[in-house]
Design a protein around this ligand. Structure first.
Ligand SMILES: Nc1nc2c(ncn2[C@@H]2O[C@H](COP(=O)(O)OP(=O)(O)O)[C@@H](O)[C@H]2O)c(=O)[nH]1
Ligand SMILES: [Mg+2]
Length: 299
């Protein structure tokens, strides 16, 4: 359970300039991706507490200079690598010269994890994918994945990410999901959404995300809408300004033959329901409204 014990720990690690602090500030601090270009190198590590539904976790943004990383996997290993729930390793996939150095330290990090937190989940992010041309991205991903694969029973997830598109929200959303997976509350919300989707064929997807647009729950077939929904939310859009300011917030948006219903929930979370308008739009909206209420009660 998240709430009972000491806060869970998330380590964000990788070579200098791979993008760790940018990911932290875009995803957790709501910074605009365009504004993160000139961070100073992180000295040692910076620890922040992130509130998350009913609990919180500690995010360690670890400095990427080799002397720091050497210390993390060396003298400080026990302190850094104990009680880790999630280990995020960030690799700049556009910087070929650094890839083998990154792998070298990744191996050591994984060894330390095995030693001090063998039950943790690892996310290996091949970052800055926007710098790789679209037609090369799949190939690059496969190559990187093969290169970073490690035998053994640690659970390692590989993703390509960029702070300039939805991918980084999606990856961090999955990371948060694995943090809350063990909480009964999360399971209940997830079940309720699943149940609702399976009994209402006009509703194609439901998403619950935080203020920064990180999806905490998402189910259904909604990929077509995620981009506009996320853009309006995560970037400066009017929607976000209104939603952040207002205590209650409810609006709908029509896109082609579909309708999106937005509603602010507790703890600054946002409910997004997506439905097609094959039936009565009015009825669909009422159902989504009820569902938002149900989720709100469960949270
Ligand atoms: N093109 C691109 N640049 C990025 C991305 N993420 C971070 N950067 C840039 O990479 C540089 C290093 O980022 P920073 O977050 O300081 O790296 P850190 O040392 O790992 O914390 C900065 O100039 C960022 O603007 C990304 O997804 N795409
Ligand atoms: Mg940094």
């Amino acid at each position: 359970m998240i709430s009972s014990q000491s806060p869970q720990k998330v380590l964000l690690m990788g070579l200098g300039a791979s993008g760790k602090s940018s990911i932290r500030s875009v995803v957790f601090e709501g910074k605009n991706p365009e504004d993160v270009s000139d961070y100073n190198a992180t000295i040692n590590y910076s620890r922040t507490t992130q509130n998350f539904i009913d609990s919180s976790f500690q995010l360690f943004d670890c400095g990427g200079q080799e002397n720091f990383i050497s210390a993390f996997i060396g003298d400080q290993a026990e302190f850094i690598f104990s009680n880790v729930s999630i280990f995020v390793w960030v690799v700049d996939m556009s910087d070929f010269e650094q890839v083998s150095t990154s792998k070298f330290y990744f191996n050591h990090g994984i060894e330390r994890l095995r030693e001090f937190s063998p039950d943790s989940t690892v996310f290996c992010l091949f970052h800055k994918r926007d710098l790789v041309t679209t037609d090369k991205q799949n190939e690059a991903y496969e190559m990187m994945k093969t290169y970073f694969e490690i035998e053994g029973d640690l659970d390692i997830e590989y993703r390509t990410t960029s702070i300039f598109d939805r991918s980084v929200y999606q990856a961090i959303g999955e990371m948060l999901q694995s943090l809350i997976l063990k909480s009964t509350k999360a399971l209940t919300v997830s079940d309720a959404i699943q149940e609702f989707l399976s009994t209402h064929s006009d509703v194609t997807g439901i998403i619950v995300c935080n203020e920064e647009g990180v999806p905490l729950f998402e189910q259904g077939n909604y990929s077509y809408f995620m981009l506009p929904a996320n853009l309006t939310l995560a970037n400066y859009g009017k929607l976000k300004t209104e939603y952040t300011k207002a205590k209650t917030f409810k609006t709908t948006m029509e896109v082609d033959d579909n309708i999106l219903a937005f509603q602010k929930l507790k703890k600054d979370l946002l409910f997004i329901g997506i439905a097609n308008t094959s039936g009565s739009a009015q009825f669909t909206l009422v159902k989504l409204d009820k569902m938002a209420e149900t989720v709100n009660k469960l949270l």
